[in-house]
Design a protein around this ligand. Structure first.
Ligand code: 13P
Ligand code: SF4
Length: 304
């Protein structure tokens, strides 16, 4: 912490000068999460919070699609992205042409796109979802068949929860969550029989099947706070356990450490530079932003 303290102090001072708030995803490093964030949360919470921001500037500590979502929902604000290269393997896996291809293959089926997509893909979709509301959104769609893009594993996990729908999916995956295997989970359980395993639904279904609970990053945090297991394995990005371990001294966190290379592009140094220079403002073409906003707002309305 000593080496981070000058950056934390400088950022917090500049935030006041610029009238800025920092929205940080649960996968940020502990120094961002605890040191400079005004709001922390999962993708849905951050999207909802973005609609409520009154400050002039939002610094998005997360990946690019999250900054685009904030800009789409609150277009009058300046939304700064400390590193434009902070992408996402899911967002990169599909384009608006991919959505058109799925619509041609399954005529009339509604398209539910994960928020981990570009504004163009959101604009081409009927509605968005996040990992915290995907089953609820899919269940609310009209018709028997629902197209889910781009995460094939999230789609297959939702299919198990919403058997009344025929779900068809795009072939995208998260490079962090697809690294976990069911054998990893079984091994850790055999070494620690009382271990509670909590997985993110971007993991393959055979991994989720080995877990005690699956949910979005916020739902995982809530579960651990509620259940307070003696030992827990969070089958998700590695910083989550570091971020919540201080408040949960009674819980021992175990398991492999898989980092998201995109999330980890966001550092205190880059946040300081973006606030100092006011560089890295995210723009979304208004012709794309309007239909993309409809898809995200429809999701927010349906998840209330
Ligand atoms: P949630 O925080 O919405 O669960 O999403 C996880 C994720 O991978 C974001 O990139
Ligand atoms: Fe994308 Fe996976 Fe990284 Fe989340 S953890 S930003 S889904 S690559």
């Amino acid at each position: 912490w000593a080496i981070h303290a000058p950056y934390v102090a400088a950022i917090n001072r500049l935030k006041k000068e610029r009238g800025a708030v920092v929205l940080a995803h649960n996968y940020m490093t502990p120094q961002i999460y605890h040191g400079i964030a005004d709001v922390v949360g999962d993708s849905l919470q951050l999207a909802i919070e973005a609609t409520r921001v009154e400050a002039e500037v939002i610094v998005q500590c997360g990946v690019h699609f999250m900054a685009e979502t904030s800009k789409i929902l609150n277009p009058a604000k300046t939304v700064l992205m400390p590193d434009m290269e902070a992408g996402c393997s899911l967002a990169e896996s599909i384009t608006a042409e991919g959505i058109a291809e799925m619509r041609a293959r399954y005529p009339g089926a509604p398209v539910v796109s994960y928020v981990n997509t570009t504004a163009e893909v959101k604009a081409a979709s009927d509605i968005c979802c996040t990992s915290s509301n995907a089953a609820q959104i899919v269940a609310a769609m009209q018709g028997d068949t629902v197209i889910m893009t781009p995460d094939k594993w999230l789609a297959q996990n939702v299919a198990a929860q919403v058997p009344q729908k025929r779900i068809v999916w795009w072939d995208g995956a998260c490079i962090v969550h697809e690294q976990f295997t069911p054998q990893d989970l079984r091994d850790f359980r055999s070494w620690h029989p009382d271990l509670k395993i909590i997985a993110h639904p971007e993991c393959p279904p055979d991994v989720v099947a080995e877990a005690d609970f699956a949910g979005s990053t916020a739902h995982i945090i809530d579960w651990v706070h509620r259940e307070k297991p003696a030992q827990a394995m969070l089958v998700t990005e590695c910083s989550m356990a570091s971020n919540i371990s201080d408040q949960l001294p009674e819980v021992e966190f175990l398991g492999p450490c898989n980092m998201c290379p995109f999330m980890k592009k966001i550092t205190l140094e880059k946040v300081l530079w973006s606030l100092h220079s006011m560089s890295g403002a995210v723009e979304v073409d208004p012709a794309i932003a309007a239909p993309a906003r409809r898809a995200v707002e429809r999701m927010i309305d349906l998840s209330r």
